[in-house]
Structure formats: C-alpha cells, structure tokens
Design a protein around this ligand. Structure first.
Ligand SMILES: Cc1ncc(COP(=O)(O)O)c(C=O)c1O
Length: 425
C-alpha cells in the first residue's frame, strides 16, 4: 500500500484496501493468504463469479489466435457475432444494431452522440442521483458531487430532473411527482423540440439501488416516443441477470430506443455496447463513431461465452438470479423489522440495498454507520460496497452463481454487523 501511495495517483479509491492474489467463484484471496467472500463482484461485473472456466477458456482460445487488429482496420467475426447476439437478446422487438466500446462511460458517450445524430437535437435529460461514468459527457450526466467537483465546465445542453426516490419523495406517489417535474422541465424550460434523449438507470446503481416505479418508466418512454426523442436505458449495472431478468427493462414492460451495456457483459474483460433500434444506430455516418480498441477480440470472446452461460438450459441462471433476489429480499425485510437504523430496504432481484439512517422519523442519512458496517464485514472476510448520494446505503452484488453456504455465511456477517452498529447507536 505504501508503494501504491508512492506511485499511483491519489484519485482511485479502494473500498477494500487489500491486494488480491487470486480469485475464483465467490472468493477472493489476498496476498497474505486471507480468504474474502465477495459480495461486490467488482462492482456488478463478475456476475458469473470470478474466473468462470468457460469464459477463461474462450479468452485463452482467442488470445492464441490473435489479440488485436482494430475493428476499424481489419474486422473480425467475434465482433459481428456479439452484435448479432445482443441485438437478439436486448429489450425491444424491431430490427436492432450494436456498437461496441470498452467501458460503460464510453457506451454512454456514444449513446448520446448517436441520439443527437439521429434527432439533430441537443438536449439530454438525466436524473438526480444518476451515475453514468467519469468521462466528460458521462460525468455531466452524473449527479454526485464527488465525481464532478473541480472538473467543470461540464458538457452543455444537459438538464437534470428529480428521480422518483420513493423513500425520500415529497409526495406519496414518487413516480407521478417525478414525471410531472420531468414534463414541466421539457415543456416549459427546454422546449420539446430540443429534446434529443432521456437517459435513465431503471435501478439507480451508484445512487443507492433505488428502483424506479414501473409507471414512471413507461410514462417516460411514451413521452419520448410522442416527442421524437430517444429513450436510453442505462443497463450497465442492471444488465446480465443482476435484477432477476436478463435486463431490468423486461420487468418494466418498456422497449428503450437504445440500451447501454457493460460490466457483466465481459465478466471482467473491458467491453461495452450500445444496442438499439437500427434506424437510430445507423444515424452517425461511416467513420463517425469507433475507436482503436472498441470490441477487442478477446473481450468479444469473453462476452460470447458469458451469453452462452446465460442462454444455457432455457436461461436457467436468470431463474436462479430471480430466486436469489427473493431470498435476499426476504432477509432484508426481516432485518428492517428489527433494526431501527435501517430506514429502507429495496431493489430488484438480487440487486438489493439497505439505507441506513440516524433516526427513521427524520430519515437523516447515516454515512458513518454504512462505513462502520462495511469495515466490520471486511474484518470478518466479507467484501461489500456502500453507495448512495449520501454514502449511507449498503449494496449487495453477490455473484449470481453463489453457493448456498456462501450466501448464508455472508448474510450472517452483515446481520452480525447490523447488530453491532445497533448496539453502538
Ligand atoms: C449505471 C452505470 N452507468 C455507467 C457506468 C460507468 O461505467 P464504467 O465505470 O465502466 O465507465 C456505471 C459504473 O458504475 C454504471 O453503474
């Protein structure tokens, strides 16, 4: 860690300050031989667990054939095969096309470029508590101060409106309230003919695992359709089984015009995608979007192996994810009954969060309690992450392939940690 401090820029943060030596399934082993159970999955990436054998084999096979030519120089079949698979699997029924990039932020950047090229408009609407990445447009769409502070000026023509955060909504129907605010922004402040795109995480990731109400998402999608704007679902964190369906949009009954994907797609290799309606995806002219590494052949091979796993046995893994979500959800509800510091438990499928507060009647966020719980877990060999604009949410991102006894072990540690912070309240 001393060498890290000497040689690596201060900026990157470590939620679990140990160095990994190897990782497999749900377990990370550090350089001192400590075993840690991983309930963070590298921020929703290793949904199939660490180093799944079939994905590793696909990576090795491709690495032996060729590592890189650049799709912009000499194209290769893996890119096309992955695009075809994503077009078939992504939400939405009509003809679709795909563009591949390296990171989630890059997918978001390109989705906005494609939407602007298609609509020939500029305005992009995003939401309070959103996280879309750290590059300039993605950061401009992101709401939390720590990711933005000191980096201004931000990109122009970005407009922000409230997210329907039920627990903290000023009105009982958070969705109706937030939709009214959105409509007012577009109709009276931006002008609908300046609306190129709306970008939404169906379940806030970094923003605290808040699931948007179904009607709200439907209303947004139909507003976009009525006004010729592009509805972008950012499924970078929610995709690939994380919410108990392959994509969260399936549970919302909406067909986004574009969807951004990353994280679970590559099982650890850097790859991302924009998939969406073919006529929108074809708006940028030849050469207008691309990059040296986007859709790297080794990453494509990994992603194809990931999709094989999801499609195997009639999407059995997605069924397992759904059951996992129900189990975790029940446990969280039981904890909420017993622990006054738990203000809210929520989420979709196995993407679940616990919001900690100083006092349930004031709902004052308790960031210190979330930090203390994360430290308690780490000391007992469990990796968990905090989240939320106020830093007071514990988010659970267990591998979808987790074994029964590992799940119980990890949940037991969190339960003991909640008891501990309860005692010290
Ligand atoms: C919803 C969402 N969008 C975009 C991103 C940015 O992805 P990346 O870190 O790969 O750039 C993230 C990352 O956490 C995310 O959760």
């Amino acid at each position: 860690m001393e060498a890290r401090r000497a040689h690596v820029a201060r900026g990157p943060f470590h939620s679990t300050p140990v160095f990994v030596a190897r990782a497999s399934g749900a377990v990370v082993e550090d350089v001192d031989g400590n075993r840690l159970l991983d309930f963070a999955s590298g921020i929703a990436v290793t949904n199939l667990g660490h180093a799944p054998e079939d994905v590793v084999r696909a990576i090795q096979g491709q690495a032996e054939r060729f590592l890189h030519t650049s799709f912009n120089v000499v194209p290769y079949e893996g890119y096309v095969a992955l695009a075809e698979r994503l077009n078939r699997l992504a939400p939405g029924r009509g003809p679709k096309k795909t563009f591949l990039a390296n990171s989630g932020a890059e997918a978001v950047e390109n989705a906005v470029k494609i939407a602007r090229a298609h609509t020939r408009r500029q305005g992009v609407v995003c939401f309070d508590h959103a996280f879309h990445g750290r590059t300039f447009m993605a950061m401009s769409l992101t709401s939390k101060a720590v990711y933005r502070h000191g980096f201004a000026p931000y990109c122009g023509e970005v407009y922000r409106t409230p997210f329907p955060y039920a627990y903290r909504s000023p009105e009982p129907d958070a969705g109706a309230w937030a939709f009214r605010a959105f409509r007012d922004l577009v109709q009276n402040h931006m002008g609908p003919d300046n609306l190129a795109a709306v970008i939404l995480e169906p379940v806030l990731g970094e923003g605290g695992f808040v699931d948007a109400p179904k009607q709200f998402v439907k209303d947004l999608a139909s507003f976009c359709a009525d006004h010729g704007a592009v509805f972008i679902a950012d499924e970078i964190q929610t995709g690939f089984g994380r919410t108990g369906t392959l994509f969260a949009c399936e549970q919302y009954g909406v067909e986004p015009d574009l969807v951004t994907l990353a994280k679970g797609l590559g099982s650890g290799l850097p790859i991302s995608a924009v998939t969406g309606r073919a006529e929108i995806m074809d708006a940028p002219i030849e050469g207008a979007i691309g990059g040296t590494y986007g859709g790297n052949p080794v990453a494509c091979a990994a992603a194809l192996a990931v999709l094989d796993r999801f499609e195997a046995d009639g999407f059995a893994l997605v069924g397992k994810a759904k059951r996992l979500g129900e189990r975790i959800g029940e446990r969280l509800m039981a904890w909420k009954e017993r622990h006054p510091r738990i203000g809210d438990v929520r989420g979709l499928g196995p993407m679940r969060g616990i919001e900690l507060v100083k006092d349930p009647s004031t709902k004052e966020p308790d960031k210190a309690a979330a930090g203390a719980l994360a430290r308690f877990c780490m000391q007992r060999g469990l990796v968990i992450l905090t989240a939320g604009t106020y830093g007071n949410v514990i988010r659970l991102l267990v591998p979808l392939t987790i074994e029964e006894d590992e799940l119980e072990e990890g949940l037991g540690v969190i339960e003991a940690g909640l008891d501990e912070i309860g005692r010290s309240a």
